[in-house]
Write a protein that binds this ligand. Structure first.
Ligand SMILES: *[C@@H]1O[C@H](CO)[C@@H](O)[C@H](O)[C@H]1NC(C)=O
Ligand SMILES: *[C@@H]1O[C@H](CO)[C@@H](O)[C@H](O)[C@H]1NC(C)=O
Ligand SMILES: *[C@@H]1O[C@H](CO)[C@@H](O)[C@H](O)[C@H]1NC(C)=O
Ligand SMILES: *[C@@H]1O[C@H](CO)[C@@H](O)[C@H](O)[C@H]1NC(C)=O
Ligand SMILES: *[C@@H]1O[C@H](CO)[C@@H](O)[C@H](O)[C@H]1NC(C)=O
Ligand SMILES: *[C@@H]1O[C@H](CO)[C@@H](O)[C@H](O)[C@H]1NC(C)=O
Length: 234
């Protein structure tokens, strides 16, 4: 099933790589590049150019599975994944006010190549954002963000209605629709602080001087901030 969805879409939209939400579903096919979206729809915040849908899918009030195919990513074999929740329907476009509630810590994804690849990622038990309680019937939107190596991000969303765990309207999760492909790897992301907030600038200047140029000190002082997020490649 997943393989055939991938193959069909692959044949039709090879030029516009990106991320497909396979469980619990998605707002719709946003792998589109046309005159309205010359760079491709999926780069548009917050949901890859797709408006809020009415065909919501049911998802458990205690959290549940999320599966996606990240490999529509022509030119990039690494990405950082974020999964967020937006609550309710009283924001723009009858969707959430914002998509600011993270569900899992961001993680690195390693693909097998820079070409499109058909692997899937399955997170079998994604929790609700910290300190939130949802009731059956509440609406929300799940957003998957795939941050590319150059800093731009791809977005895809699914609109959900919460249902009690075990509700038969919740899509069945099994090894057919939710699995990790062996050709995808994962990586932790570490932030290394190079200057504490409020720390004296002397600390940074001393570092730069130590590498031999006091003239570059001002510039160098900022460089570690930009490079502050490192990939740990396994
Ligand atoms: C909602 O409908 C659109 C358009 O038919 C479809 O592409 C999408 O997969 C549907 N989403 C869900 C969650 O069923
Ligand atoms: C591009 O695709 C989107 C999504 O299907 C559509 O809403 C838009 O009208 C299209 N633009 C053009 C110029 O065809
Ligand atoms: C949730 O969304 C559905 C479908 O759009 C709508 O019929 C229902 O009234 C919404 N529920 C709430 C509590 O807003
Ligand atoms: C974000 O959304 C939440 C939930 O809807 C809301 O309580 C909060 O005020 C929003 N934050 C901003 C900055 O709009
Ligand atoms: C897939 O891999 C991720 C990252 O290691 C892990 O959290 C998740 O549980 C795995 N999924 C399955 C179905 O084993
Ligand atoms: C997994 O669930 C889907 C949807 O209910 C079903 O079509 C498929 O046969 C199931 N696969 C297995 C191995 O049970």
């Amino acid at each position: 099933m997943l393989a055939s969805v991938f193959t069909t879409l692959l044949l039709s939209t090879l030029a516009t790589a990106h991320v497909i939400l396979t469980y619990p579903g998605w707002r719709g096919n946003n792998l589109i590049e046309n005159d309205t979206f010359p760079f491709g729809m999926q780069w548009m915040y917050p949901c890859g150019g797709m408006g809020t849908t009415r065909n919501r899918t049911f998802w458990p009030t205690l959290g549940g599975a999320i599966a996606f195919q990240p490999g529509w990513f022509q030119g990039h074999d690494k990405a950082t994944i974020y999964i967020n929740l937006g609550f309710g329907t009283d924001g723009p476009d009858n969707g959430p006010k914002n998509m600011s509630f993270t569900m899992v810590p961001p993680f690195g994804l390693l693909g097998p190549s820079k070409g499109p690849y058909p692997g899937t990622v399955c997170l079998p038990q994604v929790p609700l954002p910290a300190n939130t309680v949802m009731n059956p019937g509440d609406n929300a939107t799940i957003q998957v963000v795939e941050l590319a190596q150059h800093g731009a991000a791809l977005y895809s969303c699914v609109d959900i209605t919460f249902a009690a765990p075990g509700d038969p309207r919740i899509g069945h999760v099994n090894e057919t629709n939710c699995f990790n492909s062996t050709d995808l790897g994962f990586a932790d992301i570490y932030t290394i602080t190079t200057k504490e907030v409020g720390a004296s600038i002397d600390a940074t200047t001393t570092r730069a001087t130590a590498i031999g140029s006091s003239i570059r000190a001002g510039v160098m002082g900022y460089v570690p901030l930009v490079l502050g997020v490192f990939w740990l490649l396994i």
